[in-house]
Ligand binder design. Structure first.
Ligand code: PLP
Length: 360
């Protein structure tokens, strides 16, 4: 089937097959990678290679720590303020969807979080012009969600934090490694792996080293990024199997020619799908402003909304599964991450045209 799930999501078939081939006997060791000590030489090789390949993919300098953690993107909603702020410090949140809103609400527990802009009243379909947002000059950081998975809103460029020492922090859970990113413009990037780069269970954090070491005293040790960086993500038992699979995905992305090549494919796939929606004469509608439409998650509705259930069911019968929109917004959502082949998008577009023709 073609799996359009938002996450956990489809992974490259070559990665799954390689993992399958090595699952019982990892490279002649006689053990599975999930049966080995995380401090043994095999796993040491796995995590070091995964980090090196990710550094190569994103051009990450030594000024940044690369961490493989647990707890999902959601845990980082708390770890960000706990590591970058005192309880009295201010932090700015630019909210373009419900994930950014969750991050903002969590941060309110640990610092003076300011909501400097929210798209909630326009049903999260926009990103404001950066010169129209009022940042707080004292803010320690400006937080954005680079791609809102539910609403399909994606930053195409990034705001510059206004505060003197402020840094930009981004939740990249749903567009991580889908395109090149200049990491040096961020203080911190975090991403749950389960959309573009692996299975659920591992969260990748890229953080500038000079920001570390000032965690609030109440910070649980597992959320203290300095502790995690100093122990190279091995403070406790890491999610070994998930990190191993991420490593295979990074290898595959490098073999594809790196993120510039990956981006070209993603732009092409998304273009075909948005053209089909916009060219349907209003049968299908994507509410998101064109300039900020996500290349990863494409939400749309059917103007004849009573047909939506039928659309999703018939698509599933034809092998295009998990197209239901998020429970909070309904409609249809096609998540077309790196691992979704062009053929999957072409098949969906052909189905959309056929479905429309059958329901004039
Ligand atoms: N941030 C974004 C953009 C997401 O899409 C999600 C989950 O879908 C999360 C955060 C939460 O991630 P997790 O379930 O890994 O905590």
């Amino acid at each position: 089937v073609f799996n359009f799930a938002a996450g956990p999501a489809t992974l490259p078939e070559c990665v799954i097959r390689k993992a399958q081939a090595e699952l019982v006997n990892y490279r002649g060791s006689g053990m599975s990678i999930m049966e080995m000590s995380h401090r043994g030489k095999e796993f040491d090789g796995v995590i070091k290679k995964a980090e090196a390949d990710l550094r190569a993919l994103l051009g990450i300098s030594d000024e940044y720590a690369v961490l493989f953690l647990q707890g999902g993107g959601t845990t980082q909603f708390a770890a960000v303020p706990l590591n970058l702020c005192t309880p009295e410090d201010a932090a700015d949140y630019l909210v373009t969807g419900s994930w950014g809103d969750k991050a903002y609400k969590e941060a309110q527990k640990y610092c003076k979080a300011n909501l400097i802009w929210t798209g909630k009243h326009e049903k999260y379909t926009k990103i404001p012009a950066f010169d129209q947002i009022q940042q707080n000059p004292d803010a320690k950081y400006l937080h954005i969600c680079a791609n809102e998975t539910i609403h399909g809103v994606e930053f195409k460029d990034y705001p510059v934090p206004a505060g003197k020492d402020a840094v930009l922090v981004a939740d990249m859970s749903s567009n991580f490694c889908s395109k090149p990113v200049d990491v040096s413009t961020f203080g911190m990037i975090y991403a749950g792996a389960q959309k573009n780069v692996g299975p659920s269970g591992v969260t990748i954090v890229i953080v500038r080293k000079d920001l570390l070491g000032k965690a609030q005293p109440i910070t649980p040790v597992m959320l203290d990024l300095k502790v995690q960086a100093d122990s190279a993500s091995l403070y406790n038992t890491p999610p070994c199997l998930a990190i191993y699979i991420c490593g295979l995905v990074f290898e595959d992305l490098l073999e594809q020619g790196g993120l510039a090549e990956v981006e070209k494919k993603n732009v092409h796939k998304a273009g075909i799908l948005y053209d089909a929606i916009d060219g349907s004469g209003g049968f299908y509608v994507c509410p998101v402003e064109k300039s900020v439409r996500s290349f990863m998650n494409v939400p749309f509705t059917l103007t004849k909304s009573d047909l939506e259930k039928k659309f999703i069911e018939e698509a599933a019968k034809e092998g295009m599964v998990q197209l239901k929109g998020h429970r909070s917004v309904g409609g249809v959502r096609a998540s077309i991450y790196n691992a979704m082949p062009l053929a999957g998008v072409e098949k969906l577009v052909a189905f959309m045209k056929d479905f429309q023709a059958r329901h004039p």
